[in-house]
Design a protein around this ligand. Structure first.
Ligand SMILES: [Zn+2]
Ligand SMILES: [Zn+2]
Length: 135
């Protein structure tokens, strides 16, 4: 679920509305330079959803070490199944880079970019009042 917040910039005191989180069917990305918002609809980018799920899966479950204590005979040991490639945040974001492109300012849209003041681009902002809930 996403929320919008009344937000105030601590650097220039500009007030603006920021949002975060995305919803059940989309993600919200912020440019890492100017903070502008981009929405990615899941239904249009199923490969991205799958990649992100793999990222979260590999993040929460470190790969188990099998047979760590017992030495493995290299001759008798059958070729082990190749585990699915770990997905890093960099991979998710470089995929996003391909599907949403670059921001017009030249920055890259990221999942976890900080909220920035649209006026002075400072990320020293403070959210005050939650305004809208949506999904
Ligand atoms: Zn930008
Ligand atoms: Zn500002």
């Amino acid at each position: 679920m996403g929320c919008s917040f009344q937000t105030v910039c601590l650097a220039c005191h500009h007030q603006f509305i920021s949002s975060s989180g995305g919803g059940f069917s989309f993600d919200e990305l912020h440019c890492d330079v100017c903070g502008s918002l981009k929405t990615v609809l899941y239904e249009k980018h199923k490969d991205y959803v799958e990649l992100k799920q793999r990222y979260f899966a590999s993040d929460s479950k470190p790969p188990e070490r099998v047979n760590e204590s017992s030495p493995v005979d290299p001759v008798l040991d059958p070729p082990s199944e190749v585990p699915p490639e770990d997905v890093s945040l960099e991979m998710v974001e470089s995929y996003l880079d391909r599907i949403v492109g670059r921001c017009e300012c030249g920055g890259q849209f990221r999942l976890y970019a900080p909220i920035r003041c649209p006026k002075c681009r400072s990320d020293e902002v403070k959210t005050t009042v939650m305004i809208v809930l949506y999904d």
